[in-house]
Design a protein around this ligand. Sequence first.
Ligand SMILES: [Mg+2]
Length: 317
Amino acid sequence: MQNVIITNNEKLSELKKRIALGGAQRLQVVSDFDKTLTSCFVNGTKIPSLISILRDEKYLTPDYPEKAQALYDKYHPMEIDPKIPLAKKQVLMHSWWSEHYALLVKSGLTKQDLARVAQSKKIALRPGAVEFMDFLHQQDIPLVILSAAGLGFETIQMYLENKNVLHENIHIVSNVLQWDEKGKAVGVQEPIIHTFNKNYAAVKKLEFFGTLRERKNIILLGDGEGDAAMVEGFEYDNIIKIGFLNEGVSVDLEKFKNSYDVLVLHDGPMDYVLESFTSLFDVVIVNDSPMDFVNVLLRELVSAKDHAGKKNSYMTS
Ligand SMILES: [Mg+2]
């Protein structure tokens, strides 16, 4: 069993050298939220999505699950149909998300429901994710959390706040619900972020993008094939894409290998690929927690930059 796969050692090594040269001040991290920063399984049980917690805990009107399922049955086959061109899928997904928001409003969604979802013990951050976010904060490396989640912005914000990791270097880009004065949902802000426009075209429109513009080296984290395209719309210099392949290893492996530079597989110990990686690049792996690969990589990049900085000052003095 393998735990981490490097799809192209040479390419990764070159990318790491280039990103290390740029240093922390040229780096930004972009990450998906659901099942990337959070775990997919805890104690063998699959973690539900934010929206399914809302559904399962019956916070909404009783007809909500059936109607939401009908939307899923209508739109999901189109979402995954390879014959439908991207532009058409974008229109379809916008319709799906819009109809679903209209349904959430009709089903009585309140701000308090989001707060309850954000406190749910059913969601768990991926082991090592807190250290990861703390590390980025210490190094002043921006973390853009890009999510098409239905309960997006506020729920992710509250969840991270509850976990004491809502640092000022974190930018959440997700769907923002609109409320009336009593805290009842009345709509959603446009543009809606769905699975086929979840990228930097959306990020670029936001005020904080100015602070990211010159950070042209990127580490991307995702768990879906589409997540690998999150930086579309941004002219980056170098990117390392790390994919969390949480389930269906044998089915999705080849597809993921084409989309990501590193694959972190959910179950299974460190394998010989990782061992050869560590010996090649002199990386110390602390333990086999899934987020550790990312943490080790980041530390290595930042220390390589410090080292380069010291060398320069020595040469010029
Ligand atoms: Mg995800």
